[in-house]
Design a protein. Structure first.
Length: 268
């Protein structure tokens, strides 16, 4: 009796699996047949069907405990759609979907650089930075970080104060040596009198403003022609990719400075 019941359950399970497979493959129509009697399941005569008619399939699904066991043993398959957790580490991730409302062409033109708060860029400089950042992103998949752009005399004084404080070779950084020495003298005078930081920066700003009045610009930042790009987190390969991008874009003079680490770009 138990063996007969298990055999019946096994046949019902195989029939259910077959129905699921046929439904996935061709969308067959199924209908529930009558419960088999003691003589076995009734079958429709083959002659009663039209030639080539395989669109219907008779099967019997038992009620009660057998139906519950069947539902547990024939779960819905998920093998065709593995989750990210099941995906092999060697398998490349699925391509990211474009944001809603953004076409793929627009996504390619998205800004590939980040501008720190308080940094201003002139339109011509920003266009050049966008081209450089796009070339860098194509090579590395990373974005550039703009740490400085157009400066007024106050910002230039603060930037040069930091250079002096970190022991940078300021005279070697600037082409106009006379202007650089004048600013350095103001810095050293402030240190000799033990002036606070704010007072020293104010003294440097006065010198820079006086130079601008004479038509002297110690830095291209003062003329909306320079920008600084962070490079402290760049690998040697990424630095090489950055320089290749500069060559591709053209019209840019680059100087790598170490205190703090960055690329100083002067835009022609």
């Amino acid at each position: 009796m138990l063996r007969s019941h298990l055999a019946l359950l096994w046949r019902a399970r195989r029939a259910a699996v077959l129905v699921l497979a046929l439904a996935a493959a061709g969308g067959c129509v199924s209908r529930v047949a009558r419960e088999p009697d003691a003589a076995g399941p009734r079958r429709s005569p083959a002659a009663a069907r039209a030639p080539g008619d395989h669109g219907e399939l008779d099967f019997w699904v038992p009620d009660g405990p057998a139906a519950r066991v069947l539902s547990l043993q024939v779960p819905e398959s998920t093998e065709d759609d593995p989750s990210d957790a099941e995906r092999s580490d060697d398998e490349p991730p699925a391509p990211a979907r474009p944001r809603r409302g953004v076409t793929s062409a627009e996504a390619d033109e998205e800004r590939r650089y980040v501008v720190l708060p308080g940094v201003d860029l002139a339109p011509a400089v920003e266009q050049k930075v966008a081209e450089i950042a796009s070339a860098y992103h194509r090579r590395t998949g990373k974005e550039l970080v703009v740490t400085s752009g157009t400066r007024d005399p106050a910002r230039q004084a603060e930037a040069m104060h930091d250079l002096f404080r970190h022991g940078a070779d300021v005279l070697g950084l600037y082409k106009d040596k006379a202007a650089a020495r004048e600013i350095k003298s103001a810095y050293e005078e402030g240190l000799s009198t033990d002036e606070p930081r704010e007072a020293v920066i104010a003294a440097l700003e006065r010198v820079i403003r006086a130079q601008i009045d004479r038509g002297v610009f110690i830095s291209a930042h003062l003329r909306e022609g320079a920008v600084d790009i962070r490079n402290r987190d760049m690998t040697p390969a990424e630095k090489r990719a950055f320089r290749e991008g500069l060559d591709e874009v053209g019209g840019v003079f680059a100087l790598e400075e170490s205190r703090p680490p960055h690329y100083h770009l002067q835009i022609d």
